[in-house]
Ligand binder design. Structure first.
Ligand SMILES: Nc1ncnc2c1ncn2[C@@H]1O[C@H](COP(=O)(O)OP(=O)(O)OP(=O)(O)O)[C@@H](O)[C@H]1O
Length: 583
């Protein structure tokens, strides 16, 4: 286990943004000379951002550009391919428009009133902190760590800035000398130290600077991502955590389901965030490990669960951090606020054999489960095994008979779109909802009883090819299986497809899943449901969050707002419905 301690003496607390800087323009005072400490110092001004970004200020550098692109090789961090579509690197980097002559507060991850060494990323994460060189800075100097682009990822650097326009900062940050009567000011001074300057800058960098106090447990599945997970952590994630001076511990999983054992005995009071450096399998285990504990209510109410994408399937990160890049996801972890997410309670067996699990992502039976779990033996051919599996099943018109009952919330795509429009804007903020024991008294009937009368039997399930329910819109990159999925609207999304749809139409539907437009196809059943029961009638597979579950009757219901997750911009990744319902 490795750990890194927070240095509270150099981390500021929240200062409400002060409006006294409105309409200010940069004024360069050129009073301080860069000192000869051997630490790079950059002259800069804090100015209002005219670009229309959410941040009020940016830092303009004088006569010096940011370090150029660092020589770090990109990793392939993609999820699995879907029908031959392969995207080797994440789009986040392609959309990245950092300027070499300014620093956005969005990129600043740490501000200190003492230097913390000049940090430059190296391949060896342990070295990336630089020497712990510390030095008092003068009144208008601050040390910052910020992110710069490096190929398809971002990496942290630490520099000292000499802020040249202190007189433009809010009044409570600096002490301006009494006016000389002519409306002009003498050279401004800070209130005795640069601490408030650092705090002010931190309040611009973080919507809530207390995010830096969140204690993180990193769970790494070293086997994840074809054995690359640990390397990805060390190369892309750990340097950022260190540069941000956050407190974290690292634990590795040593065997299948080890995470369940870790969580069983974990002292959760030591952490605020559980960050899974893995695929979607480890978050599934963390959530179920918590569910099995007696103190689950207390834990669910306090702990945040997130993923830093290091596996082969990283739908959690893609949906919430909106990226498959470990470094961009880590930046999102540091900066983003918490929202509540619904989970799904899964039941198999009845009476004394009844078993319950929680699912955060999806459940599937039919062609998708067959192409995923049924091709495990082809694992060595890589992610393309899934494409081959689906292709084969489409060509052979494979059907997966079952009985299916659902409790509809919105039936058909039109109702779903109406619901999405009404909910998308107002269901997202964290309204302080608290989980209670009642949330875990599931309302599902026993599996040996009939379903309630307000559930609907889905027709033609003898020719079912796909049954898929999910809580997150993306199941992989460019695979918007559930474009109407919302974090906490109390529903899960349902897709059903049939094998007797013609080959060409089926292909058309499957090829439009990348844009989410398959839901508008008349041969796709799309709805929002609050519960379902599926009775499989064919020897096949059931997959829950990508894990193989017993092939036996299964039922599920939504448990609203159980899980604290970190979500960039407070919402799930945009889908086709954000475009079609925008106005
Ligand atoms: N050290 C380990 N050795 C073998 N399996 C492990 C180990 N640690 C965790 N696991 C198991 O690996 C499975 C997959 O984990 P995860 O989702 O993190 O990785 P992944 O790369 O996305 O994997 P997959 O391709 O199998 O979905 C989980 O079921 C987990 O229990």
């Amino acid at each position: 286990m490795t750990s890194s301690a927070v240095d509270n003496s150099t981390i500021g607390t929240n200062i409400p943004p002060n409006s006294s800087m409105k309409n200010s323009s940069p004024i360069t005072l050129s009073t301080d000379k860069p000192s000869d400490h051997g630490v790079d110092k950059i002259r800069a001004s804090i100015v209002q951002d005219g670009s229309g970004s959410c941040n009020k200020y940016i830092i303009k550098l004088h006569n010096q550009n940011l370090p150029g692109t660092l020589d770090v090789q990109p990793e392939n961090t993609t999820g699995f391919n879907f029908l031959g579509k392969c995207f080797p690197v994440d789009d986040a980097a392609a959309d990245d428009t950092r300027s070499p002559s300014e620093i956005s507060f969005d990129d600043i991850i740490w501000v200190g009133n003492k230097t913390a060494g000049t940090t430059c990323y190296t391949d060896h994460a342990e070295d990336s902190h630089g020497g712990e060189y510390r030095d008092e800075l003068t009144d208008n100097e601050v040390a910052i760590s910020y992110m710069i682009k490096s190929d398809s990822e971002i990496v942290p650097v630490t520099k000292t800035l000499i802020i040249d326009n202190l007189d433009m900062l809010p009044n409570d940050i600096i002490k301006k000398e009494a006016g000389r009567g002519d409306g002009t000011l003498d050279q401004p001074e800070t209130n005795g130290s640069n601490e408030k300057l650092a705090q002010f800058m931190l309040s611009q960098a973080y919507s809530d600077p207390s995010f830096l106090q969140r204690r993180i447990l990193i769970l790494i599945n070293p086997n994840g991502g074809a054995g690359e997970a640990l390397k990805r952590f060390k190369k892309y994630i750990q340097p950022i955590l260190k540069a941000a001076h956050v407190q974290y511990e690292v634990m590795e999983t040593n065997y299948h389901y080890h995470c369940l054992d870790i969580v069983k005995d974990l002292d959760f009071s030591k952490y605020d965030i559980i960050a899974c450096c893995s695929g979607d399998g480890i978050p599934h285990e963390v959530i179920n490990g918590i569910y099995r504990r007696k103190d689950k209510v207390e834990i669910f109410n306090r702990i945040i669960v997130t993923q830093l994408p290091c596996g082969s399937g990283n739908a959690f990160s893609l949906t919430c951090h909106k990226t498959l890049s470990p470094s961009y996801a880590t930046l999102s972890l540091l900066k983003s606020a918490v929202i509540k997410m619904d989970l799904m309670a899964i039941n198999q067996g009845h009476g004394e054999h009844a078993k319950y699990h929680l699912s955060f992502l999806s459940q599937t039976y039919g062609m998708i489960a067959d192409a995923d779990i049924g091709t495990e033996w082809m694992r060595r051919v890589g992610p393309v095994r899934f494409d081959l599996g689906v292709g084969y099943k489409v060509i052979t018109q494979a059907s997966y008979p079952c009985e299916l009952f659902v409790k509809y919330h919105s039936e058909g795509v039109d109702e779903v779109v109406d619901h999405f429009k009404s909910q998308n804007k107002n269901s997202l903020s964290n309204d302080g909802h608290q989980v209670s024991e009642e949330n875990f008294d599931f309302g599902l009937p026993s599996l040996n009883e009939d379903v309630p009368s307000d559930w609907t039997k889905v027709e033609d399930t003898n020719s079912l090819s796909v049954f898929y329910t999910g809580k997150m819109p993306y199941i992989a990159k460019d695979t918007q299986f559930f474009p109407a999925a919302l974090p906490n609207d109390g529903t899960m999304d349902l897709v059903v497809m049939h094998s007797d749809t013609s080959f060409l139409k089926k292909l058309e539907i499957l090829l439009s899943i990348d844009t989410g437009k398959h839901i508008f196809h008349k041969d796709t059943v799309y709805g929002k449901i609050t519960a379902y029961r599926l009775i499989p009638l064919k020897n096949n597979y059931i997959s829950v969050d990508g894990e193989s579950f017993p092939l036996e009757p299964i039922q599920a219901e939504v448990i609203p707002k159980v899980l604290n997750i970190i979500s960039k911009d407070g919402n799930f990744m945009e889908t086709v419905l954000h475009e079609t319902t925008a106005n």
